[in-house]
Design a protein. Structure first.
Length: 244
C-alpha cells in the first residue's frame, strides 16, 4: 500500500524534511528534484509527494533522516549583513557569524534588513518560528531608532495612528522619546507585527529618516549585553519569554 492510499497525517516530502529540521523547504525541494530523496526505498521527484508521518521512511543520499535536535539561537546582528542563506549579489550574510561553529541547518526567524542591527533569532524548529512570526500570536518587537530630527510630540502620536501604504496599514504599538541631541534623537518603537521595512516606511511617511535601527527585544527576550556579531543558545528560561 502506498503513501497515496493510506490514511493518516501526511505532508509533502519537502515539507517533511523541513519539519524534521534538516533543511529549508526550498533546499529540500531541490534535493527531491535532483533525485537524492527516497521514500521507502524508492526515489521520489515530486516535492509534494505525501509522506505518512511515523510510518514512511525517508532517506537522503541513502541515509535515513531523523529529527534533528532542536536548536534555538540569538544573534546580535551587525549592520551590513543581509538576512539570507545565500545572496545573489554576493553580499555578506548573517551566516558569516556562525563560521566554524559546526551548527546544524538553521533558518532566521523573521528578518532584519541590511542596514538594521540587533536581536535576530535562528532555529531549525519551523513550528516555533511560525509562532514567533505570526502577526496575531507572535510577541511584540521592541526597537531603538535614531532619527535625523528632534521630534515634536505629534510625531510620536502619528506613529501610533499609522499610515496606509500599498494596501498595508503601518503603525506602531507604542512610541516614546528616549533622548535627544542637537539634531537627532533616539526613539523606542514597539511593533505588534513586523512588515517589510515597517519602521523605516512609517517614519518616511512623516518625512523623517532613520539613522540607526536596532531591535533590542522580542517579547520578554532582550538582547542584553551580547557583543555585536556574537551569538548564544537560548535556554528554556529564554524560550519561556517568547511564548504566547
Amino acid at each position: 500500500m502506498t503513501a497515496h492510499t493510506r490514511t493518516g497525517r501526511r505532508h509533502g516530502v519537502a515539507r517533511t524534511l523541513s519539519k524534521l529540521g534538516v533543511a529549508s523547504r526550498t533546499v529540500a525541494a531541490g534535493w527531491v528534484l535532483d533525485g537524492r530523496v527516497a521514500l521507502n526505498g524508492r526515489i521520489v521527484r515530486d516535492p509534494e509527494f505525501p509522506v505518512l508521518q511515523g510510518s514512511d521512511q525517508v532517506t537522503v543520499d541513502g541515509r535515513p533522516v531523523t529529527a534533528s535536535e532542536r536548536v534555538y539561537l540569538l544573534l546580535n546582528k551587525p549592520r551590513g549583513l543581509v538576512t539570507t542563506a545565500a545572496d545573489e549579489q554576493g553580499r555578506d550574510t548573517v551566516y558569516r557569524c556562525f563560521d566554524g561553529a559546526g551548527l546544524p541547518w538553521l533558518a532566521p526567524v523573521g528578518r532584519l534588513d541590511k542596514a538594521s542591527e540587533g536581536l535576530l533569532l535562528f532555529s531549525n524548529d519551523p513550528e516555533w518560528a511560525a509562532h514567533l512570526t505570526d502577526p496575531v500570536t507572535g510577541p511584540e518587537k521592541t526597537y531603538r531608532v535614531q532619527i535625523n530630527t528632534r521630534p515634536a510630540p505629534a510625531l510620536l502620536s502619528a506613529l501610533v495612528t499609522g499610515t496606509d501604504q500599498a494596501g498595508e496599514h503601518l503603525a506602531a504599538r507604542s512610541a516614546r522619546l528616549l533622548q535627544t541631541g542637537e539634531k537627532n534623537a533616539w526613539l523606542e518603537i514597539v511593533l505588534a507585527e513586523g512588515r517589510n521595512r515597517h519602521i523605516r516606511r512609517l517614519l518616511e511617511a512623516q518625512g523623517v529618516a532613520v539613522l540607526r535601527l536596532l531591535r533590542v527585544a522580542i517579547g520578554g527576550l532582550a538582547l542584553g549585553d551580547l557583543p555585536k556579531g556574537q551569538w548564544r543558545r537560548l535556554a528554556a528560561s529564554d524560550l519561556a519569554k517568547v511564548r504566547p
